[in-house]
Design a protein around this ligand. Structure first.
Ligand SMILES: [Zn+2]
Length: 480
């Protein structure tokens, strides 16, 4: 059998062997190129990349070489897919190489994540004080996440065992923030205490001290005027300046106090005389002054107007004041404290200007004056000692200056005509009084109280008069 095979092969012609050898060679080459020498895709960098939201993504690239001969065939690659770093998610980039009608691929995954915590802001104080036994009034909070936006509605509030509050918020990527607001159940705020009646009381020796009292309140405790302690060392038989101190304490020991100044002086005219000198500063005004003049006329009362310059259109009112028997006196041309108290010459320049103006209207030059702010003013302290010098110099130059011993407070503390009325009438103790009031524009408080004040005074037996060189001056103590 074997011998038979050998004899058959010997009969095969040589060229057949050659053909066979060539066919085998071709098959080997084809197998090499199609199945062995294939592209190998290698990615630069990692195949899985994690990035934060809003980072920038740059593809790290790739290498492609054939497996055996290491031939660079990078240009065969087509990439597909993109990455949106503004949106959380997993993105895939596919690298595809078509090589000899076969397709080779490699993938890279990119994860975009939100690693940033939301921003949680607590409004109001931290630590915050809450009245003992009371609950916290939530002062507010805000939670903003860079990715999710406003998360304020998702904030969870928890009261802790020690009474503090915990605020917790999570974003859609489970990034969590916790903040604590420390709450101290303590009253650290002082009570409020306010004087009733005037801050400065002008009284005459031997009269009765009127106690107007004060009112008080507290942020935590129920506190009223009966919790107020009054320290009073006023001696009504001894002229002088006294302080009455009103103090109040809340349950937590916070204390507040206010002081009333009481000036006790001897009556200008001992014994005889019950006179009220109504004085009106800072006018004239087109709305108030004519009505005041009407009331004074109807009540048959004379008063004093310490005028300032309001331009020529109101000159007729200065003339009317004079014509109707009132005293027109000088207050200031400008009423500008910074200007008139800058120096003695500045003061006298201003005073001469208003004096000349009034003289041109009524024909006589007034020499009765009142310092803006009164002789006791402290607004002039920027120029130390100016009031001490001016009070002497005005008298040397023939002027008489007037202060007051009743302040209606119509330019200050009084908020209604009733308060103006009370401030004036309650201070009347049977002597001689200069009453400070104002007829500047819109001062209806005084206008509406005026007739009642006059009638009260008349009923108490007072005479009303305009100031003259012979009347009381009610000089204050000079404070500068
Ligand atoms: Zn004034």
């Amino acid at each position: 059998m074997v011998n038979h095979m050998k004899s058959v092969l010997k009969k095969v012609p040589h060229y057949v062997w050659w053909i066979l050898a060539i066919v085998l060679l071709i098959i080997s080459i084809l197998i090499f190129y199609f199945f062995i020498e294939i592209p190998v895709i290698k990615l630069n960098g990692k195949e899985q990349i994690t990035l934060s939201y809003q980072d920038t993504y740059k593809d790290p690239g790739y290498q492609v070489k054939t497996k055996v001969l290491q031939k660079n065939i990078k240009s065969c690659i087509k990439t597909k897919g993109n990455v949106n770093t503004k949106k959380i998610g997993t993105y895939t980039i596919t690298y595809t190489c078509n090589y000899h009608h076969r397709t080779f691929t490699k993938k890279r995954t990119i994860k975009i994540v939100d690693k940033k915590n939301p921003e949680l802001t607590l409004k109001g104080d931290n630590p915050i004080y809450v009245c003992p036994g009371k609950e916290l009034q939530e002062p507010g909070f805000q939670a903003i996440d860079e990715y999710d936006g406003d998360l304020t509605k998702n904030v969870v509030i928890k009261k802790l065992e020690d009474g503090s509050y915990e605020y917790q918020v999570k974003d859609s990527s489970n990034n969590q923030v916790i903040k604590t607001r420390k709450v101290e159940y303590k009253d650290i705020t002082k009570p409020t205490i306010t004087l009733k009646g005037p801050t400065t009381l002008y009284l005459t020796v031997g009269s009765r001290y009127p106690e107007y009292g004060a009112s008080a309140s507290d942020n935590c405790d129920a506190i009223g005027s009966n919790n107020i302690t009054i320290k009073n060392n006023v001696n009504m038989n001894q002229p002088g300046t006294y302080s009455v101190v009103y103090s109040v304490k809340d349950k937590s020991g916070n204390e507040s106090s206010v002081t009333r100044t009481v000036k006790v002086s001897r009556p200008a005219y001992s014994g005889k005389g019950k006179t009220i000198y109504l004085t009106f500063d800072d006018g004239p005004s087109g709305d108030i002054t004519p009505q005041i003049l009407d009331i004074l006329k109807e009540e048959g009362v004379k008063a004093t107007f310490f005028v300032i310059n309001h331009g020529s259109s109101l000159d007729y009112l200065i003339k009317r004041e004079h014509d109707e028997g009132h005293t027109v006196a000088l207050h200031s041309y400008t009423h500008n404290y910074g200007q008139i108290y800058a120096s003695e010459s500045a003061y006298f320049n201003d005073l001469r200007m208003i004096q000349t103006k009034v003289k041109n209207i009524i024909g006589v030059a007034p020499t009765l004056i009142r310092f803006p702010g009164g002789s006791s003013n402290t607004v002039s302290k920027f120029n130390p000692g100016i009031m001490t010098r001016l009070t002497n110099q005005v008298e040397q130059q023939g002027f008489d200056y007037f202060d007051w011993n009743i302040d209606s407070e119509d330019a200050g503390g009084a908020s209604s005509s009733k308060e103006v009325y009370d401030n004036v009438t309650s201070a009347l103790r049977g002597g001689n009084y200069i009453v400070l009031m104002h007829d500047f524009s819109s001062n209806y408080k005084t206008l509406n109280a005026l007739r009642d004040i006059i009638r009260y005074g008349k009923a108490q037996g007072y005479t009303f008069a305009a100031l003259s060189h012979n009347s009381i001056k009610a000089h204050h103590g000079v404070n500068n």
